[in-house]
Ligand binder design. Structure first.
Ligand SMILES: Cc1ncc(COP(=O)(O)O)c(C=O)c1O
Length: 416
């Protein structure tokens, strides 16, 4: 498939720095210009008459945006609150769910480092146990979930699972996990930032208890826009860690989202501009976006595989990936996953010498390069990556001393 031709039209929707090959939408996805403008226009309205905006208009505007987002992800607006990002949403879920001494919280071995950290602290505070169990990456979803559920006990209160994983970029069988968890009365929290727009999502059909996501990734929302879905069972119990006045500024009846809509004074423009992001994705055609970007990463994975002689984490014909894929890299003797402020020297060289942004990480002792493609990418970006990897072949195969990347802390196996 000639993805270059297909995406040319959409590339101009973004203003990105010239000379940068950006293959990391999965971590920090830039918004198209129309979304940036929409955000600026909302901020402009706030600045022109703050009283009118906050007291009379903001709540209705947030409701209308919730409605539109709810239609996009398959849930009524009344089940959604806006949060800054998935990290925020997961903290709220962790603070809300009661845990007692010796209760267990079960995570897969594919979870995002920050999420594991949130639950580790929550378990420590409650005297509960954090249990990590492998969820094998196999197309036999039922067998994978069997293995994962081997760790379920009578004390398992919560399951935390990514919809699409971070460093491994794999779509997990969350439907099956939710179904089995429900049968055992276990609460399920889904960590979904990569799933929104990248794959079909219907929260109502999933039937989870909590679902949280950042919308700056595949949906192309502004940075600082995310949501937390809470099932009706949990809504009266939601415990917001950041308390403000509570209740409605415009004086309408109280509801559970009030604590999220008013966390003290702040500009809600990022949330309100989500409407423009949804319009943008619809104007592209969500399924066209999926097939185009999937074809791009599939092509990249095939070319990387033949160049490096290593397989992607999932087969290129697998249905277990969408718009990003992780490919194994050669693993020089003594290689360990970058940890605590370190950066793989190859990632550093790709940026410093070739102006390519792409994450290189580790999971389960394997060295991975994760390719993300959105509509501003094309085959030339992958050509450039392959040329750069060829030029940096010493760093692909050998191991200089890992050097610190200031100000950035990762757990092993973690990438945004
Ligand atoms: C699977 C997963 N969960 C959670 C997060 C946290 O997202 P954020 O930093 O937007 O809160 C990320 C970030 O990339 C992620 O990949």
């Amino acid at each position: 498939m000639d993805t270059t031709r297909d995406t040319q039209h959409w590339k101009s929707a973004w203003t990105l720095d010239e000379g940068v090959t950006y293959l990391n939408h999965g971590s920090f996805g830039p918004s198209p210009d129309c979304v940036r403008r929409a955000r600026e226009q909302w901020s402009e309205q706030l600045e022109r008459q703050p009283m009118d905006f906050f007291i009379r208009r903001a709540e209705d505007a947030l409701d209308a945006t919730r409605q539109k987002l709810g239609e996009f992800i398959g849930t009524p607006a009344g089940n959604l609150s806006f949060v800054d990002n998935a990290t925020f949403g997961m903290n709220v879920a962790a603070d809300t769910i009661p845990l007692g001494v010796d209760d267990e919280v079960l995570l897969t071995d594919l979870e995002y480092g920050a999420v594991t950290r949130i639950w580790r602290r929550r378990c420590r505070d409650a005297g509960a146990r954090l249990v990590t169990q492998p969820l094998p990456i196999t197309k036999d979803a039922s067998a994978a979930v069997d293995t994962f559920f081997n760790a379920v006990t009578d004390r398992t209160r919560v399951i935390v699972v990514s919809h699409v994983t971070s460093s491994t970029a794999v779509i997990l069988p969350v439907e099956e996990i939710c179904r089995r968890a429900k049968a055992r009365d276990i609460t399920v929290c889904i960590d979904g930032p990569h799933a929104v727009a990248m794959i079909p999502l219907n929260v109502r059909i999933l039937g989870c208890d909590f679902y949280t996501a950042s919308c700056h990734k595949w949906l192309c929302g502004p940075f600082g826009s995310g949501f937390l879905y809470v099932s009706s069972k949990w809504q009266p119990k939601v415990r917001m860690p950041m308390l403000s006045w509570g209740g409605s500024l415009s004086g309408r009846p109280v509801r559970w989202q009030d604590d999220f809509d008013w966390v003290g004074t702040r500009d809600p423009a990022a949330f309100l501009a989500l409407s423009a992001a949804i319009d943008f994705m619809r104007s592209v055609g969500v399924s066209d976006f999926r097939s185009t970007t999937h074809a791009m990463v599939r092509d990249a994975a095939m070319r990387l595989t033949s160049m490096l002689g290593r397989e992607p984490i999932v087969g290129v014909d697998s249905a277990m990936y969408g718009s990003m894929i992780s490919v194994r890299l050669p693993q020089p003797e003594g290689w360990i996953a970058p940890i605590n402020g370190q950066c793989d020297p190859l990632q550093r060289a790709l940026w410093e010498r070739h102006r390519i942004e792409i994450p290189i990480t580790g999971w389960n002792g394997q060295r991975l390069i994760r390719v993300s493609c959105h509509l501003y990418n094309d085959r030339h970006d992958v050509d450039h990556l392959l040329d750069a990897l060829h030029a940096e072949r010493d760093l692909v195969f050998d191991l200089p001393i890992l050097s610190p990347l200031r100000g950035f802390h990762t757990d092993p196996g973690t990438v945004s």
